[in-house]
Design a protein around this ligand. Sequence first.
Ligand code: HEC
Ligand code: HEC
Length: 208
Amino acid sequence: MKTKLRWTLLALAFAAGSASAAGDPAAGKSLYATCTACHGLAGQGNKALNAPKIAGQEDWYLTRQLQNYKKGIRGTHAGDTYGKQMAPMAMTLADDAAIANVVAYIGTFPDTAPAATVTGDVARGETLYKTCIACHGAKGEGNKALNAPKLTGLSDWYAVTQLKHFKSGVRGSHADDTYGKQMAPMSMTLADDQAIMDVVAYINGLGK
Ligand code: HEC
Ligand code: HEC
């Protein structure tokens, strides 16, 4: 019993330690001022500006994307019109500590479900989504161990763009894009734009 308690306390101490290493939301608030113009005051996104919702996304996924934009792993492909708008914004974050702080601040936003804008054949989407379950989970909840982000609560129009970009190599084809390269072949299972719309329409229903 005593040993179990000691292990529990040790686990809690470890969790607390890694939480503090994850960044300071107060310090991240001023860094986020740059981001509001496109992603909104609470990270809700802005379709008119092609900027997706970032509220509610896992900290490890946000961190990776910001690092990828900074390193030129994302947002440098000639066809990546929107990624090229985002990449210079990531440059305003000086180092990993700044990234951790802004990500911690984004973590304080409410995760409000965005309005659905994509329609499609949900039944066909369910069949197509079977391929995705292995990594993103049956409920689209994501799987950190497999580096696959949560898909529910994502701006649906943005999910459509990303799937098209993975298919065409605009995203996930950079030599150093380890995780994008895992996703890109999966997008190939979606034969055409209609299949992309159908699977995203199905994902829209998963969060409900
Ligand atoms: C000029 C508008 C603009 C500003 C300012 C901006 N972004 Fe973005 N951001 C975008 C666009 C557009 C995309 C989508 C790129 C794409 O479609 O591939 C994006 C994508 C992202 C993504 C990827 C989300 C995902 O699901 O993959 C993250 C994370 C992000 N932005 C965070 C930030 C942060 C943090 C800041 C402030 C330091 C910021 N952005 C400032 C326009 C902007
Ligand atoms: C082998 C595992 C795997 C499978 C199967 C898989 N994915 Fe992914 N997916 C990933 C990984 C890893 C990423 C993160 C890529 C990155 O970090 O840039 C990702 C990213 C994504 C993104 C981008 C999210 C964002 O915020 O930008 C979408 C959308 C997506 N996947 C949809 C799907 C769909 C739909 C399917 C099924 C057709 C699918 N995935 C199958 C591993 C997988």
